[in-house]
Design a protein around this ligand. Structure first.
Ligand SMILES: Cc1ncc(COP(=O)(O)O)c(C=O)c1O
Length: 351
C-alpha cells in the first residue's frame, strides 16, 4: 500500500485533555477507489480536501454508507479496536442495501491497522477518551440519472474523541414525535446510510428546542412500538426482564446492543428481543416495575435515560439517576475496551 505522509502534522495543536466529539481529525486517511469491477489504488494519504465533480451521483441521490467504530489505548500501551469484524459485517450489509460493492474483511482490517500505526500518537491516552474511526463509501459516477453507480471511493478517517453527550454518563431526556417517523418496514432503517440521519434532523432540532436530548422513535406503521433513538439502541429493565426491540429491518443492528445482550445473558439476566409498546413502558412506570432505561451505542457506550415524554404524559426513570445495571454494563464494556477486564468473548482486537 502506498503511503503519503503529511508534510505538516496537526498533532501539537490538539488539547488531549479536553476533547469533544467529531471536531478534530487525525493526520491521515485510508483511501481506495472502485472501478471496472474492483477496488484498487489503495493508499494512505494526508487528511485534507478531496476533489469531486459537482455531478457525482452520491451528492444528489445519497448512494453512500458509513460506519463508526473506536480504537482504545490500553493500560499496557497496546491499542485495541472493539469488535471490528462486527462493524465490518454491518458495513457490508449496508453496502448490499445501497447497491455498493462490498469491501473484504482483510482489506478493511489491514487498512485500519496501517492507518492507526501511522497515527498512533492520535489515540488519546486518557481513560474515557478514544480514537473514533469513520469508514465510508460514496458513489462517484459523474452522472445525474438515477441509477446504481459504476465507480466508488472508500475513505476511513479518524479523530480523537471525548464524551458524545454533554451530559456525559448523566441521564438524557427523550421525547416521542407525534408527527415524524425515522424508518418503516422495507425502508433503509437497518442500513447505516446518510438518508436515515437526514430524516431525523428536523425532528431532532424541534425536540432540542423543547429541551430534549433526542427523539425516541416509534414504529412507522402503528406508531406504537418503541424502536430506537437517533444514535442509540434502547433497553428497558422491567421487573427482571431486559427488553430491547427486535431487529426487523427498521432499526440499526447496533454492535453495542449485541454486546449488551451477550453480557446480560452471560450474567443470567433474561434479555429479550421483543416488541415493546410505549403504553407498556408507561404502564410499567405507573406500576413501579420499570427499573432502568438506557441507550447503547459506540459513541456513548451506555447512556442512561432519565425522562421520557409521550404526548402529554411523562415518566421519570430511577429518579433521573443511572441505574445499577446500566453502570455495570458501562463498566464492563469500557473495561474490556481498555484492556482492563478479561475478554471472554474475544471482542478486543490488538492493532
Ligand atoms: C441509528 C442508530 N442506532 C443505533 C446505533 C448504535 O449502534 P452501535 O452500537 O453499533 O454504535 C447507532 C450508532 O451507530 C445509530 O446511528
Amino acid at each position: 500500500m502506498k503511503v503519503v505522509r503529511t508534510a505538516k502534522s496537526q498533532l501539537t495543536k490538539v488539547d488531549f485533555n479536553n476533547l469533544g466529539f467529531g471536531e478534530i481529525f487525525s493526520d491521515h486517511m485510508h483511501s481506495m477507489e472502485y472501478k471496472e469491477g474492483k477496488w484498487g489504488n489503495e493508499q494512505i494519504i494526508p487528511y485534507g480536501p478531496i476533489e469531486v465533480y459537482p455531478g457525482i451521483c452520491s451528492l444528489h441521490y445519497a448512494q453512500i454508507i458509513f460506519e463508526g467504530l473506536k480504537a482504545f489505548y490500553g493500560r499496557n500501551g497496546a491499542i485495541y479496536l472493539f469488535r471490528p469484524q462486527k462493524y465490518h459485517e454491518r458495513m457490508n450489509q449496508s453496502c448490499e442495501r445501497l447497491c455498493i460493492p462490498q469491501v473484504g474483511l482483510d482489506v478493511f482490517l489491514n487498512g485500519l491497522k496501517a492507518l492507526i500505526a501511522l497515527d498512533k500518537e492520535w489515540v488519546p491516552r486518557k481513560r474515557g477518551y478514544s480514537l473514533y474511526i469513520r469508514p465510508f463509501i460514496f458513489a462517484t459516477d459523474n452522472f445525474l440519472g438515477v441509477k446504481v453507480s459504476d465507480t466508488y471511493r472508500y475513505l476511513a478517517i479518524t479523530g480523537p474523541v471525548g464524551a458524545y453527550y454533554k451530559e456525559g454518563i448523566n441521564p438524557v431526556r427523550l421525547t416521542t414525535s407525534g408527527e415524524y417517523i425515522r424508518a418503516s418496514k422495507g425502508g433503509l432503517g437497518a442500513a447505516k446510510t446518510p438518508a436515515n440521519y437526514a430524516a431525523t434532523l428536523l425532528p431532532g432540532e424541534e425536540a432540542k428546542k423543547k429541551g430534549f436530548t433526542q427523539v425516541l422513535w416509534l414504529d412507522g406503521i402503528e406508531r406504537k412500538y418503541v424502536e430506537e433513538v437517533g444514535t442509540m439502541n434502547l433497553f428497558f429493565l422491567i421487573g427482571d426482564e431486559l427488553i430491547t426491540p427486535p431487529l426487523e429491518g427498521t432499526i440499526l443492528p447496533g454492535v453495542t446492543r449485541d454486546s449488551v445482550i451477550h453480557l446480560a445473558r452471560d450474567w443470567g439476566i433474561k434479555a429479550s428481543e421483543r416488541r415493546l409498546s410505549i403504553d407498556e413502558v408507561f404502564a410499567s412506570s405507573k406500576n413501579k416495575t420499570l427499573r432502568e432505561v438506557f441507550g447503547s451505542g459506540t459513541a456513548a457506550v451506555i447512556s442512561p435515560v432519565g425522562e421520557i415524554h409521550h404526548g402529554r404524559e411523562k415518566i421519570i426513570i430511577n429518579d433521573n439517576k443511572i441505574g445499577p445495571l446500566s453502570q455495570k454494563l458501562y463498566d464492563e464494556i469500557t473495561g474490556i475496551q481498555y484492556g482492563e477486564r478479561p475478554d471472554k468473548f474475544g471482542w478486543r482486537y490488538a492493532v
